[in-house]
Design a protein around this ligand. Structure first.
Ligand SMILES: [Zn+2]
Length: 186
């Protein structure tokens, strides 16, 4: 039975609205590619939110602007002072801006190659690792033990969109499923 053209338009619209959910990639390679390309949140310096496939890396040029946007992080410390300070349905988000990146005249991403990246980052006002600005206010500026520092570091994670988290679960399940099938065929 053929589907009338008008219905097909509705179905493709519905598919768009539903994102890619439920679509089953045919091969393990496709599943892995989809896992890496799940939509993620990036933030410009002034807090503008962009949703871009995560395989673009930690830094992008905001489309239509000569402006950097960095991948959004969130803090999972149960006592984080910014825990309740999210907005627009998001938890509190922040970035780890890297001062060695810039946008050139052509609007392309450029990286300053320097001998000591970590030292130069800090010299230019960057932080040595992803850091929650809320927790940072409470942390001892000096004399913090390596253990405490690592604990704060572990609380800082990439923010994952709820729809990407749901899709990741589906893809993970399908990945296991296909591996099992391949095992059986051997
Ligand atoms: Zn925090």
């Amino acid at each position: 039975m053929s589907v009338p053209a008008s219905h097909r338009v509705v179905w493709s619209l519905l598919a768009l609205l539903a994102g890619c959910r439920g679509r089953v990639p045919a091969t393990l390679e496709q599943i892995e590619a989809d896992q890496l390309a799940l939509p993620a949140v990036y933030l410009t310096t002034d807090g503008r939110e962009l949703i871009v496939p995560a395989n673009r890396g930690d830094v992008i040029v905001a489309p239509g602007a000569r402006e950097l946007a960095f991948r959004a992080y969130t803090c999972t410390n149960p006592d984080c002072p910014n825990r309740e300070r999210g907005s627009a349905g998001r938890p509190f988000l922040f970035t780890w801006p890297d001062p060695l990146w810039k946008v050139d005249e052509q609007g392309q991403l450029q990286f300053d190659v320097v001998p000591d990246r970590a030292a130069e980052t800090v010299r230019r006002g960057g932080l040595p690792e992803p850091t929650c600005p809320g927790c940072l206010e409470r942390r001892a500026k000096e004399g913090e033990s390596a253990e405490t520092r690592q604990r704060y570091r572990n609380w800082v994670v990439y923010y994952e969109l709820p729809e990407s988290a749901a899709r990741r679960k589906e893809l993970d399940a399908e990945h296991r499923n296909q591996l099992q099938k391949q095992g059986r065929r051997r």
